[in-house]
Design a protein around this ligand. Structure first.
Ligand code: ADP
Length: 495
């Protein structure tokens, strides 16, 4: 497909499914570029190539390697190029033995904690991305950076700071999408100089300085032409207080006019119970019979009891991190399991949650199933086989699992925060798609689950609720149109 006449967009991010995915960021980069292409954009995606990911079909590209000046040295990076399956989206992977050839993406599997040199790794990635774009010679109209990992890029191409891209990108606009504000890439000030911007630009009150350190996400917020986050509610929450704003609430409020929220879509090619190859039986709004087979499959997999009466299965698929509200689940476990339900959890992350969940499974054999792993196929089987899906997040920029749940007729029970508040609406007997609770307390979670079970007790009402969720459209097309509008606004600013 020729790029002539199409808006050229480069996306720079730490993950892109199916090559590498740790969480929702990977899903977005796997789907948004294709949706933009269907709407007439020409998209290139630039990601690191880690030691862990499959890159079938990738080959050295037009630019097979780069010599990247970094920290007074020259680091070599190998570049491979491929096309995203079923599309013309170009994917460029930057490999570096020093920074990316490791067993984990962000975290060291041995400790479950982040690699101590993460800011340096991703600063290198951003710098290398600038070099790659220069070497490709493609006049991208938009450089779309995602999260702290790529947030330094608007500075590197800003003529005011004389960085490595200052001369070449005068006609490119920049957008920063914040998927998660908690990770900011805070590092020593020298990192700025390593990335190619002179140390003199770092001083108190400059866009680069944050409590005498460099904060990559702050830089992106200050310098990108536009900023968005992945839901309107989260865009408001992060400006309003220190907890949601993670210390950047003032900076974000200062750029309020340039900040908006766009809810993520989901990839219905990947998440569709009518075609899903991972699940025991296919089903649809018109014929829900297959869901029973999926429920049986899940019970067998987790060795749950098969009671003669209708007993709902509640599911969780999540990174096991403080953000996700697992402390609430742990604190509420006793009360939850006093109710007539079963629970399955798939997740991996912090050690303390591994221990907690293992203890729970040991305490309630036949009622609680836990798998501590990252397993995409099992995530699909859980979405299909469960009746309820729990997302008691402390905060949630957008959240994808509640959207998958809606599609799979698995009713979400969520905390009213961020993207969860924008995508799940309270069931009132006629309208709505799920159950919400406000307070971050175990009691509020249990209360929401109780409300759900009261509806579950009436099979006709439950079926109506399931079907309402399944009929909703959370496809990427709508969101991709909003991104295109943003790009056009940015383009008008740049020209
Ligand atoms: P976040 O990006 O904060 O982790 P999201 O709900 O936006 O949360 O996206 C999480 C994505 O990662 C979903 O696609 C979910 O299915 C997937 N996921 C998370 N943990 C696991 C796991 N242990 N196994 C398989 N998929 C997982």
């Amino acid at each position: 497909m020729s790029d002539r006449g199409r808006m050229r967009i480069a996306m720079i991010a730490a993950e892109a499914a199916p090559y590498v995915k740790v969480g929702g960021l990977g899903d977005v980069l796997g789907a948004l570029p294709k949706a933009l292409e269907r709407l007439g954009g020409a998209v290139s995606v630039i990601v690191p190539r880690y030691g862990v990911d499959p890159w079938e079909g990738a080959a050295p590209g037009r630019v097979p390697h780069l010599e990247v000046p970094f920290g007074g040295r020259v680091e070599r990076a190998e570049i491979t190029e491929t096309r995203m399956r079923g599309s013309a989206v170009r994917v460029y992977a930057i490999a570096s033995r020093k920074y990316f050839d490791r067993e984990g993406v962000y975290n060291d599997p041995a400790t479950g904690e982040g690699y101590p040199d993460n800011p340096e790794r991703f600063t290198f990635f951003t710098r290398a991305a600038v070099e790659l774009i220069r070497a490709l010679g493609v006049p991208f109209e938009i450089l779309h950076c995602h999260d702290a990992h790529a947030a330094l890029l608007p500075a590197l191409v800003d003529p005011r700071y004389g960085g490595p891209g200052a001369a070449d990108f005068a006609r490119s606009g920049t957008l920063l999408t914040i998927h998660n504000l908690a990770h900011q890439g805070i590092c020593p000030p020298e990192t700025l100089d390593h990335a190619g911007i002179a140390a003199e630009h770092f001083y108190p009150g400059s866009p680069f300085e944050y409590w005498w350190r460099l904060n990559c996400l702050k830089v992106g917020i200050e310098l990108a032409d536009r900023i968005n986050t992945v839901s309107p509610t989260y865009a408001l929450e992060i400006q309003s207080g220190a907890e949601a704003g993670c210390g950047l609430e003032g900076v974000l409020a200062g750029r309020s006019a340039a900040l908006c929220g766009i809810v993520n879509g989901i990839d219905y090619e990947e998440w569709n119970p009518e075609t899903d190859p991972h699940i025991a039986a296919r089903y649809s709004v018109r014929n829900l019979a297959g869901k029973e087979a999926c429920r049986r499959d899940l019970r067998e997999h987790f060795r749950l009891e098969s009671p003669p009466r209708r007993v709902p299965i509640a599911g969780i698929v999540s990174r096991l991190a403080d953000q996700k509200g697992l402390d609430l689940v742990a604190a509420a476990a006793e009360e939850l399991l006093a109710l007539d339900l079963q629970l399955v959890v798939l997740g991996t992350g912090q050690r303390k949650y591994h221990d907690l969940l293992e203890a729970l499974a040991a305490r309630y054999p036949g009622r609680v199933g836990v798998r501590l792993a990252f397993d995409n196929a099992l995530a699909h089987r859980i979405e299909a086989g469960c009746d309820l899906f729990l997302m008691p997040s402390r905060y949630e920029p957008c959240g994808l699992n509640q959207l998958y749940s809606l599609r799979y007729g698995t009713v979400p029970v969520v905390r009213r925060t961020g993207g969860l508040a924008d995508t799940v609406f309270p069931w009132d007997g006629e309208r709505g798609t799920g159950f919400l609770f406000e307070d971050y307390t175990p009691g509020a979670l249990v209360d929401a689950v109780r409300r759900a079970l009261a509806v579950y007790a009436d099979p006709g009402a439950w079926r109506r609720l399931m079907v309402r969720g399944m009929r909703q459209d959370w496809s990427w097309e709508r969101s991709a149109r909003r991104y295109l509008d943003l790009y056009r606004e940015i383009g008008r600013m740049a020209s």
